[in-house]
Design a protein around this ligand. Structure first.
Ligand code: G1P
Length: 289
């Protein structure tokens, strides 16, 4: 059973400055809910009960968000806003959430290595805290867990990206096992268009068997002089089975301006409270463009 999740949320968010100067990028709202809350909800819906967040400087708002807020709860109770009171209380009761501090920014691989002690000798999932994934087949993390149960190896969510964009992602080289599952032979972090073995990109959700930690321990700094998770995966795949799952759905990267706006519009259109009004306004507005 996969019960533990790690959510790295230590990165600076330089693509979304100045908003991220003193607020964590993971707290950027999609409509009225911070992106990291959706990420935690995905984990919980996938059967995860224990979450470790890797945070860094300027990220205290994340801790506050998942803590109880007695004064706010009292105020809502006095105002008889019971619906919001329940919503607010539920946030701190979703899962057992723990925090560990990455004291120096040293890459995604280093952030994940901070989870070694907490995770121990179990398979676990990683959900990047600034990215949402949505799929017609239910939570993507749950889909990774299902593939793990069949294949008994690590499983990484993959999305097809435009070939000219491969240099922004980790990319897999592998052979198809079934329509959606690939057995990985190699992983390459941010290859050039010419080097890229495929256009299947690592898409923010991972399931690893615990051996990943011993590979991370010996991984030297790579791209951007940081410890790259993908580099540890490249060594691990030589000795341990690893798979990719081409999930049916979409990834929403919130940590940049355009991604943030598009995601808010798309989610806004599906929101029961504001969806219809937003749609009407959008049509009118688009007509003027
Ligand atoms: C990270 C990973 C990369 C992955 C991407 C999206 O890159 O290093 O392999 O494809 O997330 O999940 P970053 O976006 O932090 O540069």
């Amino acid at each position: 059973m996969v019960k533990k999740a790690v959510i790295p949320a230590a990165g600076y968010g330089t693509r979304f400055l100045p908003a991220t100067k003193s607020s964590p990028k993971e707290m950027i709202p999609i409509i009225d809910t911070p992106v990291i809350q959706y990420v935690v909800e995905e984990a919980v819906e996938s059967g995860i009960t224990d979450i470790l967040m890797i945070i860094g400087k300027g990220k205290r708002a994340i801790e506050e968000h998942f803590d109880r807020s007695p004064i706010l709860e009292e105020t809502l109770e006095k105002k008889n806003n019971l619906e919001m009171l329940e919503k607010i209380k539920a946030i701190s009761e979703m899962a057992n959430i723990h925090f560990v501090w990455q004291k120096e920014m040293n890459g995604l691989g280093d952030a994940i290595l901070h989870a070694k002690h907490h995770v121990g000798n179990e398979p676990f999932v990683i959900l990047l805290g600034d990215t949402l994934v949505q799929s017609e087949n239910g939570p993507v993390t749950k889909q990774l867990i299902d593939v793990y149960k069949q294949q008994k190896g690590s499983v990484i969510a993959l999305e097809e990206v435009k070939p000219e964009l491969v240099s922004r992602y980790g990319v897999v080289d592998g052979d198809a096992v079934s329509e959606n599952v690939i057995r990985a032979k190699n992983w390459i972090e941010k290859p050039s268009f010419e080097e890229a073995p495929s256009n299947l990109a690592v898409a923010s959700r991972y399931l690893f068997t615990p051996e990943i930690f011993s590979y991370l321990e010996t991984t030297e700094p790579g791209k951007n002089n940081e410890i790259q998770l993908t580099d540890a995966m490249r060594e691990m795949v030589k000795n341990h089975p690893m798979f990719g799952l081409k999930f049916k759905g979409k990834r929403y990267d919130i940590g940049n301006k355009l991604g943030f706006l598009k995601t808010n519009i798309e989610f806004g259109l599906n929101d029961p409270e504001i969806g219809d009004e937003l749609k009407g306004w959008l049509k009118e507005f688009a007509g003027e463009l």
